[in-house]
Write a protein that binds this ligand. Structure first.
Ligand code: SER
Length: 323
C-alpha cells in the first residue's frame, strides 16, 4: 500500500518544495498539503489542500482520518529571528505542534514523522568549526531552545513508545521558489533577489560571518533520503547533523559578482548578528554520511548560477506580466 502523506506548513520555504517533490514521487493524490492560511497560491492550487492548525490536535487528527494519513512532515515553525520578537508564540507553536504529531504517532493514528531541527540547537559554548554530532549544546535563541527540547522529546518518544520519528539539523537553506521567513540565514536568499532587482544589497550580518548553508535541492534530497531509509539505518533519533557548504556574506557576494559585475554590497549588522555569532561556522555530518549515505551536490558556484538563472526567469516573467 502506498504511503499517504500530510505536509503541515506546506506554504513555507521548505514545505512548499517538499510537497511538490513528494507529489512527483508518490502521486498527487497521496500528498495532502496543509497550512494555517492560503498564503502560497502555487501550493494551494497544485493539488489537495486543507486548512490545518498545527496547534490544534483535533484539527490535525480530522485531516489524518479524512485522508487515512500514515506519515506527517511537520514543517510549521517560527524561526530564529521572529522567535526573538515573539518568544512565547515561538515556544507555543514549535512545541505544541510537535507534541500533537508525536502523540498521534504514539496513539498509532500515523506511522512515521519527519520533524526538522536546526543548527540553532548549538550555542556560544559549542565548538564552532566542524561541529560534531555530540557536543556542548547551550542554545541562546527561543527557536534553538525549542529545537533542542524537541530533539530530546523525539528521542524519548522513539525509545519509550517506538515512534518512528526522523529528523535533520538543517543549516541555512537557499531557494528561489518560496521566500524564507524570519530566519537569520535569510540574507543568503534575499541577496540574490536584490542583486537582480536593485544591483545592491545591504546585509544584516557582517562580511565575515561564516555559517553552514545548503541549496534547497540538497535539503529535499536529504529529507527524502532519511524518510525512505531502512528503519534500522536511522540510528540517531534525536536529529542528525547535516551539512553541505559554509560561506561568509563576502564570499557569497564575490560569487554573485562573477555574474553581475556591478553588484554592490554593504553591511549593517542588526540583532541577528548575535544569533549568527552563537551558531557554528561548519558542521561535521559524518553520521548522516555513514548511516544513510548522505551526500550533497551543490557548491557555492552551482547555487549562485541556479539562483540567478531561476530568479531572472521569475522576475522577467513578472515584468512581462505587468507590461
Ligand atoms: N534558517 C534558520 C534560521 O535562520 C536556521 O534553522 O532561523
Amino acid at each position: 500500500m502506498k504511503s499517504k502523506i500530510l505536509m503541515i506548513g506546506a506554504c513555507g520555504q521548505i514545505g512548499s518544495e517538499l510537497t511538490l517533490k513528494l507529489r512527483r514521487l508518490f502521486g498527487e493524490e497521496n500528498v495532502i498539503a496543509s497550512d494555517i492560511s492560503y498564503s502560497n497560491l502555487d501550493v494551494v492550487n497544485s493539488g489537495i489542500f486543507e486548512i490545518v492548525d498545527a496547534q490544534n490536535y483535533a484539527s490535525i487528527k480530522v485531516c489524518v482520518e479524512k485522508y487515512k494519513i500514515d506519515t506527517i512532515y511537520l514543517m510549521a515553525a517560527i524561526l530564529s529571528a521572529t522567535g526573538e520578537k515573539y518568544p512565547m508564540k515561538a515556544w507555543d507553536l514549535n512545541m505544541e505542534s510537535l507534541f500533537h504529531v508525536l502523540n498521534l504517532a504514539r496513539a498509532k493514528f500515523i506511522k512515521k514523522v519527519f520533524w526538522p531541527s536546526s543548527i540553532a540547537v548549538f550555542g556560544a559554548t559549542t565548538p564552532k568549526e566542524f561541529t560534531p554530532q555530540y557536543t556542548i549544546m547551550e542554545p541562546s535563541t527561543v527557536y534553538g531552545i525549542t529545537k533542542q527540547v524537541g530533539e530530546r522529546w523525539c528521542e524519548y518518544y522513539h525509545k519509550k513508545y517506538d515512534v518512528d520519528v526522523r529528523s535533520l539539523r538543517y543549516p541555512g537553506i537557499i531557494s528561489w521558489k518560496t521566500l524564507p521567513g524570519g530566519g537569520t540565514t535569510d540574507y543568503a536568499v534575499e541577496i540574490y533577489h536584490k542583486a537582480i532587482t536593485d544591483g545592491f544589497y545591504d546585509c544584516f550580518l557582517t562580511e565575515e560571518t561564516e555559517l553552514p548553508m545548503m541549496f534547497m535541492d540538497d535539503a529535499i534530497k536529504a529529507t527524502i533520503d532519511i524518510m525512505t531509509a531502512n528503519k534500522d539505518a536511522v540510528k540517531i533519533r534525536s536529529s542528525y547533523n547535516l551539512a553541505a557548504i559554509s560561506f561568509t556574506p563576502k564570499e557569497l557576494a564575490e560569487s554573485i559578482k562573477k555574474h553581475i559585475p556591478g553588484f554592490k554590497i554593504t553591511y549593517t549588522p542588526d540583532y541577528r548578528q548575535d544569533i549568527a555569532n552563537s551558531w557554528p561556522k561548519s558542521i561535521n555530518d559524518s553520521y548522516a554520511r555513514e548511516d544513510w549515505k548522505w551526500k550533497h551536490q551543490f557548491n557555492i558556484e552551482d547555487i549562485t548560477k541556479e539562483m540567478l538563472l531561476q530568479l531572472n526567469k521569475k522576475y522577467g516573467a513578472s515584468l512581462n506580466k505587468s507590461k
